[in-house]
Design a protein around this ligand. Structure first.
Ligand SMILES: *[C@@H]1O[C@H](CO)[C@@H](O)[C@H](O)[C@H]1NC(C)=O
Ligand SMILES: *[C@@H]1O[C@H](CO)[C@@H](O)[C@H](O)[C@H]1NC(C)=O
Ligand SMILES: *[C@@H]1O[C@H](CO)[C@@H](O)[C@H](O)[C@H]1NC(C)=O
Ligand SMILES: *[C@@H]1O[C@H](CO)[C@@H](O)[C@H](O)[C@H]1NC(C)=O
Ligand SMILES: *[C@@H]1O[C@H](CO)[C@@H](O)[C@H](O)[C@H]1NC(C)=O
Ligand SMILES: *[C@@H]1O[C@H](CO)[C@@H](O)[C@H](O)[C@H]1NC(C)=O
Ligand SMILES: *[C@@H]1O[C@H](CO)[C@@H](O)[C@H](O)[C@H]1NC(C)=O
Ligand SMILES: *[C@@H]1O[C@H](CO)[C@@H](O)[C@H](O)[C@H]1NC(C)=O
Length: 398
């Protein structure tokens, strides 16, 4: 592995570097997915999409993989029913169809029939925190009766597919298998930033969806999402933990409460980390022109009433980010007086939930993954800096 004999530092590095570049170049020229698919008139639409999205280049840069392809008929039907598809999301969807492991038909048929096999897809290489876990994994089920089934590894999958044909393979580098359906990651919306649809896919945000809609905030979000948006989505359990339903508040306060969960700029998980005592302006602040700030230190949010740690990433497609929170963010501006009156009259005082050190492991994982994503994405430091600067600007402007 190492250089044969000891040399001076300068003389050792150069040949190594040249060898490395040579190796990278030869890895990249192992196959050309575009040229391979050119030979198949059934996959013209997919071939074009792979090239235009840049995924063909990502595939060609790898050494050992299985590409799951769908016919033009299937893909056209999917495209026709998703007219507002976002280009970034289409690229992610294509990555979900690239298994980072070579499987010949024989190898697939030799997989255990007693249990599924979990295979990571190219989606995991994007460095996006949302795809860092099982979201980017496909399970392969080798069934004796129904053949080989493939579906998202996360429970709640709305899609699955069957392998219908062995298209081609080249050595142990690339294998191409046809499946009968487009595979869709759990919680994935092909329409960039359709937040209600994204939330629906996760099942645990029904109250938030309903309240956003009822207060008209959904429409405001739809209008804003081109400019940048960060949303903290409380789970159904978070709303249940309140001693009274949000609907018992006056309508204008319900609306302000919803708007307090929205920041009018895109904040990736990375851009939160350097924040110390930053007072972020929420959408409620903009409209009420006073208060409604959210104090942020890293992933720790303080409203003055509750302390909350940012949870799972539900959406991270610049310019839209959405994070789960296990506690409703209660703004001081709406609830401080009520808290004072606590002893006198408890009827409208929201129960202040105990913060149950919310899954430190998840948070730790998220931070670790965000950190490694940062290190992997060499180009990300610039945009992180821009984000950081815009946050600082926001903070000082207030
Ligand atoms: C089935 O496979 C999964 C991962 O491939 C593994 O975590 C699980 O323990 C297996 N279950 C059984 C019963 O072998
Ligand atoms: C696969 O999807 C079909 C509908 O598209 C559904 O009827 C079937 O139950 C699913 N199978 C699995 C194993 O999830
Ligand atoms: C799958 O396709 C490859 C390449 O066309 C071929 O070599 C192989 O025999 C096929 N395997 C099966 C099981 O059909
Ligand atoms: C949103 O509200 C409208 C009327 O205000 C209602 O018709 C629609 O069903 C609601 N949608 C959801 C997802 O709650
Ligand atoms: C935010 O933090 C500042 C000081 O760091 C404090 O004065 C202010 O009351 C805090 N506001 C909230 C809503 O926690
Ligand atoms: C929130 O955290 C701050 C600082 O750690 C602490 O002073 C405050 O009491 C906490 N508030 C609640 C409601 O837990
Ligand atoms: C608490 O406030 C409500 C109105 O918000 C009032 O109807 C009720 O009588 C009050 N209860 C007490 C004990 O003051
Ligand atoms: C967080 O991760 C680090 C290593 O990445 C580990 O040493 C530490 O124990 C973890 N903390 C928790 C709370 O899981």
């Amino acid at each position: 592995m190492g250089p044969g004999k000891p040399m001076g530092r300068g003389t050792t590095l150069l040949p190594l570097l040249i060898t490395w570049c040579f190796m990278v170049a030869s890895v990249q020229s192992t196959f050309d997915i575009t040229a391979i698919l050119d030979g198949y008139p059934n996959f013209i639409v997919l071939n074009r999409l792979l090239s235009s999205s840049g995924i063909a280049a990502e595939i060609n840069a790898r050494r050992s993989l299985t590409l799951l392809v769908v016919s033009d008929d299937t893909l056209n039907a999917f495209i026709n029913s998703n007219q507002n598809a976002d280009a970034v999301k289409v690229a992610d969807l294509l990555r979900f169809h690239v298994l980072l492991q070579f499987f010949s038909m024989d190898q697939l048929k030799a997989l255990p029939t007693t249990n599924f096999s979990s295979i990571t897809t190219l989606l995991q290489t994007t460095g996006k925190a949302i795809y860092s876990g099982k979201e980017s994994v496909l399970n392969i089920y080798n069934t004796l009766q129904d053949g080989i089934l493939i579906g998202p590894a996360l429970p709640g999958a709305s899609s699955n597919a069957t392998i219908v044909a062995n298209i081609t393979s080249s050595g142990f580098d690339i294998s191409i298998m046809q499946i009968n359906n487009v595979l869709i990651p759990v919680g994935f919306s092909i329409n960039g930033g359709d937040l209600a649809q994204v939330l629906t896919g996760f099942y645990h945000y029904n109250t938030f969806i309903r309240l956003l809609n009822a207060t008209g905030v959904t429409d405001a979000l739809a209008a804003m999402q081109g400019q940048g948006l960060t949303v903290f989505a409380p789970t159904d359990a978070a709303f249940s933990a309140l001693s009274k339903p949000v609907e018992s508040l006056p309508e204008d306060e319900q609306k302000q409460l919803m708007e307090y969960h929205v920041i009018e700029s895109y904040l990736s998980l990375d851009s939160f980390k350097p924040l110390v005592d930053s007072h972020l302006q929420t959408l409620a602040a903009t409209l009420a022109t006073k208060g409604y700030k959210l104090n942020v230190t890293g992933l720790f949010l303080q409203t003055g009433i509750v302390n909350v740690t940012i949870g799972d990433v539900l959406e991270d497609t610049n310019p839209v980010a959405m994070y789960s929170v296990d506690t409703v963010l209660l703004p001081e501006d709406l609830f401080a007086n009520l808290q004072h009156k606590r002893t006198e009259n408890k009827t409208r005082i929201p129960h202040i939930p105990h913060i149950p050190t919310p899954s430190p492991q998840t948070i730790n994982d998220t931070i670790t993954q965000a950190l490694s994503a940062c290190a992997v994405l060499t180009g990300s430091s610039g945009s992180a800096l821009v984000l950081l600067l815009s946050v600082v600007f926001l903070t000082t402007a207030m």
